[in-house]
Write a protein that binds this ligand. Structure first.
Ligand code: ZN
Length: 435
């Protein structure tokens, strides 16, 4: 079973926006209520053996079962009788809120840390429709916007690209890519962004095919990620570092200063807060676009791509934290993996330790380099190159040595599945020609 998520921008009317905001608030309160019950139950089962607590004691009958997902879903019908707001929300959406809370709880139990928290006002940003009988998107001529760019909502209405959301109604949608043939819409998540001024839908689509994992093949490259260059490949291809946040930082400073001079929670304060939120949204979008471009560029260059398995969260807390976070290397690696999968390329992660301390030419340890040393010069064989290029070459060698050679006949042929925006078929043909 193949599941994909496609995100589209939607343009709800002001009435629809008000309704969706009310739903979000009701969902938030429901989420908190479920969590409250769960916490009360847990506290009632905790007790100090040797003394009575002086402050408070949670007393609950021992017959009351643990409020698990099914139990709380059953209670939901009772809550609806007393809460008029809850009745207005689509019933499956409300059930999904309960499920979401329990997913968080299960994740916490697995992790062992980070107890689920209450959601404050304005911290709940999405709700979900888990079931659709048929495709909710009604589109004219495939729904592709030929002119490029975002058309005005009025034109979208004219063109007839709309999504039918239960109880909310028809909402204009910018369906910039069609749902591929053979895929069925499983669920739709409505997301509010940029302080509830922009709305998106994340459409979950499913197809009953299985795609085997890509095996390493063809030309391989190693990638070293850094701050001097955004990345360096083993072919000495470099990308200049991105400065999306740092370039717009001064603008952000101005906007944030304006916010601080307004009276808190006033209308003007809200207006300036929206400007700040939009700028952050813009920065994140530009960065993601850049990452996708680079990922596709790398896929053009090679068939197997190897990267280091560094945990970037550690270095983002160091003295170059802002630069690390501006690069968003974790996001880049995740997107690269996705693009590789989509284009039928192999993506592999290798051990990151000592990549900058080994000579790619003779494999001798050159000792620890300080971060300021940008050149690699081997004392054993005299190999000389830049530090990042040497590291990328080491990563490539590690990746290649980790491959277990497969017999040509055992190699699985990937299913041909054309996704929007990918040229997977041509890639598959090229790959078969290479093998
Ligand atoms: Zn050497």
């Amino acid at each position: 079973m193949l599941t994909l998520n496609y995100t589209y921008r939607i343009y709800p009317s002001s009435d629809q926006q008000a309704q969706m905001l009310e739903w979000l608030e009701t969902c938030r309160r429901l989420y908190n209520r479920c969590l409250r019950d769960l916490k009360d139950w847990i506290n009632s089962r905790k007790c100090s053996v040797d003394y009575c607590s002086l402050e408070k004691e949670y007393i609950m009958s021992p017959d009351i079962p643990f409020p698990n997902y099914l139990e709380q879903k059953r209670q939901l019908t009772q809550w609806k009788k007393t809460d008029p707001f809850l009745k207005d929300v689509y019933s499956q959406t409300a059930q999904d809120v309960v499920k979401r809370m329990h997913n968080t709880w299960e994740a916490f139990k697995q992790r062992g840390s980070g107890f689920p928290r209450y959601k404050k006002f304005g911290q709940y940003h999405s709700f979900y429709y888990p079931q659709f009988k048929d495709n909710p998107i009604t589109a004219e001529s495939g729904g592709i916007n030929r002119d490029g760019g975002i058309p005005s909502p009025r034109r979208l209405f004219k063109r007839g690209c709309q999504i039918k959301l239960p109880m909310i109604g028809l909402v204009p949608i910018n369906q910039h890519r069609p749902v591929p043939d053979g895929f069925k819409v499983k669920g739709v998540r409505v997301v509010s962004r940029a302080r509830n001024t922009q709305w998106y839908v994340v459409v979950t689509i499913q197809c009953d095919v299985s795609i085997p994992d890509t095996q390493p093949f063809g030309r391989a490259i190693g990638i070293d990620i850094g701050l001097e260059n955004f990345l360096t490949t083993s072919d000495n291809f470099t990308v200049v570092p991105c400065r999306f946040f740092r370039d717009l930082q001064s603008r952000l400073k101005v906007l944030q200063r304006r916010v601080s001079r307004k009276q808190k929670r006033s209308k003007n304060w809200e207006k300036s807060q929206i400007k700040v939120a939009r700028l952050h949204h813009q920065i994140a979008n530009t960065r993601k676009n850049f990452h996708l471009h680079i990922a596709h560029q790398l896929c053009d260059q090679a068939d197997s791509i190897f990267v280091e398995d560094i945990d970037f969260r550690v270095s983002s807390k160091g003295f170059l934290g802002k630069q690390m976070l501006d690069g968003a290397f974790g996001q880049f690696r995740a997107l690269l993996q996705w693009v590789c999968w989509k284009r039928g390329k192999y993506f592999g992660q290798v051990d990151h330790r000592f990549t900058s301390q080994i000579c790619p030419n003779c494999n001798s340890h050159t000792g620890k380099k300080d971060l300021s040393v940008r050149e690699h010069q081997c004392s054993e064989c005299g190999y000389q190159t830049t530090r990042d290029h040497a590291a990328a070459e080491v990563i490539k060698q590690r990746g290649e040595s980790s491959i277990v050679p497969l017999d040509g006949r055992e190699r699985k042929q990937p299913t041909e599945c054309v996704l929007a925006g990918s040229n997977k078929t041509s890639q598959v043909q090229r790959r078969n020609a290479l093998l």
